[in-house]
Each structure stands twice: as structure tokens, then as C-alpha cells.
Design a protein around this ligand. Structure first.
Ligand SMILES: CC(C)(COP(=O)(O)OP(=O)(O)OC[C@H]1O[C@@H](n2cnc3c(N)ncnc32)[C@H](O)[C@@H]1OP(=O)(O)O)[C@@H](O)C(=O)NCCC(=O)NCCS
Length: 149
């Protein structure tokens, strides 16, 4: 498998947009209208954070992405997505590792993320050493891990 991870650039935006739209439709369909109304804010956030937005290229094709942002003393994973045809090939794991590495190089010692309890992505996080530390007011599970573990 040829997998390249690189920093995002502006030509990746349509693929990232489609990935986010698919995620919303699949997992947060009640929020699709609200997400769409905030599209300008999402676009701004992606473009302003290219240094934390990693893209996976598999066999020369766009295959996924992840974005993290500082949240107080934590580096928080905001989104991670792998194209449906590319899943279960280790690309999500590779993006997760890249997130931990760039966060550590940026001086963060701890990682955090939130996930719906019914999303199998939580198994990927648990396999990568994330530990559930609580549930927020919307029912999302919060997971944390050291950046260097
Ligand atoms: C979650 C997601 C990024 C995983 O990407 P992926 O490339 O398929 O993940 P990997 O192949 O690296 O999987 C790593 C491990 O995670 C676990 N895992 C991942 N997807 C799983 C699933 N659907 N069911 C069960 N376990 C799963 C497995 O333990 C897997 O290891 P294995 O294949 O050796 O058993 C992908 O399913 C996706 O894009 N989902 C839609 C977006 C989303 O829900 N993102 C998370 C928001 S919190």
C-alpha cells in the first residue's frame, strides 16, 4: 500500500468538504442544516489551520484527513475521516499517529477527542491507547491520552 501523509493545501478543500458532509449526513443528520449555515466558518477554520490539517493520499488518490486544534493544554482532534472505499486499511490509524506526532512537536503533552458512543471510531481510539474520561452534556464520550504514549 502506498500511503503519503502531507499537510493540506487549498486544492484539498473540495474533498474535505465532501468528507465532512458525508460524516454529518451519516452521524449528525439533525445538524446538517446548522452545519451548512456555518460553512463559511468551517472553510475559514480549515484554511487557517493547514499546519494541523493532515491529508492522506493512497495510491495517488485523496483518501482522508484529520484536523486538530489547541484546547487549553490539550491538542484536540476535531475531525478524522477516511474515504469509505479506503477504510480498514490502517489509514485512520496512520492519521491518528500523525496527529499525535505533530501535536507533540508543537509542544502538547496531552491529546483529547470526543466521539459518539455508537461510532465504531471509538474502537480505533481505544486501540491507540485513548482512555475514556467522561461524557459531555450532549452524550459524546471524551477520550484522552498522553501525546507520547
Ligand atoms: C473512523 C475512521 C476514520 C477509521 O478509519 P480506517 O482507516 O477505517 O481505520 P483503520 O483501518 O486505521 O482502523 C484501525 C483500527 O480501528 C478499529 N476500527 C476502525 N474502524 C472500525 C469499524 N468500523 N468497526 C470496528 N473497528 C474499527 C479497528 O480496531 C482497526 O484495526 P483493524 O482493522 O486492524 O481491526 C473511518 O471509519 C471513518 O472515516 N469514519 C467516518 C468518520 C468518523 O466517524 N470519524 C470519527 C469521528 S469521531
Amino acid at each position: 500500500m502506498t500511503l503519503i501523509l502531507r499537510q493540506a493545501c487549498v486544492t484539498d478543500i473540495p474533498s474535505i468538504y465532501r468528507g465532512e458532509q458525508d460524516y454529518i449526513r451519516c452521524w449528525e443528520s439533525d445538524h446538517e442544516d446548522a452545519w451548512r449555515r456555518q460553512l463559511e466558518r468551517h472553510l475559514t477554520r480549515w484554511v487557517e489551520n493547514f499546519d494541523r490539517l493532515t491529508v492522506a493520499i493512497h495510491e495517488d488518490q485523496f483518501a482522508g484527513y484529520s484536523l486538530w486544534m489547541p484546547e487549553q493544554e490539550y491538542a484536540q482532534l476535531c475531525t478524522i475521516n477516511v474515504s469509505p472505499v479506503c477504510r480498514r486499511n490502517g489509514i485512520g490509524r496512520a492519521l491518528l499517529n500523525a496527529y499525535a506526532t505533530t501535536a507533540r512537536h508543537s509542544g502538547f503533552t496531552h491529546l483529547c477527542l470526543s466521539v459518539r458512543p455508537d461510532n465504531p471510531a471509538r474502537l480505533m481510539y481505544e486501540q491507540a491507547g485513548f482512555v475514556r474520561v467522561g461524557t459531555d452534556s450532549h452524550g459524546y464520550l471524551r477520550f484522552e491520552r498522553r501525546a507520547d504514549s
